[in-house]
Design a protein around this ligand. Structure first.
Ligand code: HEC
Length: 122
């Protein structure tokens, strides 16, 4: 029989593991459901116009998303983000940031979205 302390420990470890796996999956769903991938890329690799989100620090991402939610932008270009954070809450920010911070940087420079898709002038 497994000693009680060990089984509690295993249960705890499993809970921690399951929580982070769930957050990653939820974050990934949010990323595609809310169209983030349309601008930031399917691997969050970014482009010359849109910033890379993959492998950014979790705290940094949450801080940025919160600022957008409050209507704070450093540049006019960033104001486009106000619309996209509107339907999201703190839990979504957390899940998104867990997903994005765990993504590896894509260094292939292959941005697979047409940059002029949104009529942005370069
Ligand atoms: C229509 C295009 C578009 C969509 C869709 C979009 N973004 Fe953005 N995002 C931008 C632009 C433009 C900026 C600001 C770029 C700059 O500061 O030069 C930005 C900035 C950000 C930043 C700050 C990054 C940094 O390093 O400053 C984060 C985080 C972010 N977006 C997350 C998201 C998330 C999460 C979603 C989906 C819910 C999303 N974006 C959807 C265009 C978009």
């Amino acid at each position: 029989m497994i000693p009680k302390a060990l089984s509690l420990f295993l249960l705890f470890e499993y809970t921690v593991y399951a929580t982070s796996v769930d957050a990653y999956a939820l974050g990934k769903n949010l990323y595609f459901e809310h169209g983030c991938s349309n601008c930031h890329g399917t691997n969050a690799e970014g482009s010359s116009y849109y910033p890379r989100l993959a492998h950014q620090k979790q705290d940094y991402l949450i801080q940025k998303l919160n600022a957008f939610k409050k209507g704070i932008a450093m540049t006019q270009k960033q104001e486009i983000m106000f619309t996209f954070v509107k339907p999201l809450d703190q839990k979504d920010f957390k899940n998104l940031s867990i997903y994005l911070s765990k993504l590896k940087k894509d260094t292939s420079k292959k941005y697979d979205i047409e940059e002029d898709l949104l009529g942005v002038d370069f």
